[in-house]
Structures are given as C-alpha cells and as structure tokens.
Design a protein. Sequence first.
Length: 160
Amino acid sequence: MDILLWVLIIVLFILGFVGLVVPVLPDVPLLVAGFALYHFLIDGTQLGAGFWITTIVLAVLLMLVDYISSSVAVKKYGGSTLAVVAAVLGVLTFPFIMGPIGIIVGPFLLVFLLEIIVKKDVNEAFKVAYGTLVGFLGGALVKFLVMLGLVIWFGVLVLL
C-alpha cells in the first residue's frame, strides 16, 4: 500500500510542476496535496508545524504570484486589464493549437493583437506583449524555484 501511495505522491508532484506550464492544472495545490497525502496516510510525524506553516504561507503567496506578476508586467509596459485576460486565454488555448510552444506564443500573440486593436500602435503593442511574456515567465520561474525548494525540504525531512 505504501508503494501505491508513494507513486501517487510522486505523480502529484510531477503534475504540480507540469501545472507551471499548463494552467489547467493547479500547480501549488497539487504539490500541497502530495505533502498532505504523505502526512495523513503514511507518516503524520515527519512533517512538523514549521513545514506546514511555511508551506501554506508560500502556497498562498505563489498563487498570488500568477496574478501579480502578469498584472504588474502588463501595467508597467502600459497594457490594459484586457491584456491580462488575453494572456490567460493565450496560455489556455494555444498549447492545443501549437503544442508546448503555444504557452509562450499564445499569450504574446493575443496580447499583441489586442493592444493593436485597442491602441493601434505596433511598437506599444509589442512592448505590452513583451511585458506580459516577461511577467508570465518570471512568475513561472519564481514558482518553480519555490516549489522545488519545498519538494527538496520534504525529501530531506522524509528521507533523512
């Protein structure tokens, strides 16, 4: 039974990291679900209060990173609120059209087109699309590093 639970925990971790580039998957909640599965079904003593408090605080902050990183970048480069919506739509739809590269091309292209329609200035539209892409990639990088750190900390607590 423990082997099956460990397989499920590892699958949850992998899906969590996949969720960094596939927005349909809730990246951080999947990671926390893996920790909870271990804690409640394998060993409730290994992960102490410090681990859980840190994990929950970071989980909430990481979920905010998605919104904040995109919004700040879009606003910094002069984009509209609709640009954030266009970026999300691009991330959700373009991977089905173009495969994994659609995660980068989709938001950039939709924001660019939206800003051209709204502002009709190619240079400004390009800047906003670029800013949206930087915000998305920057947020994903921060989330990846924090999630990796949590998984490493989990591994140290559990395996040592």
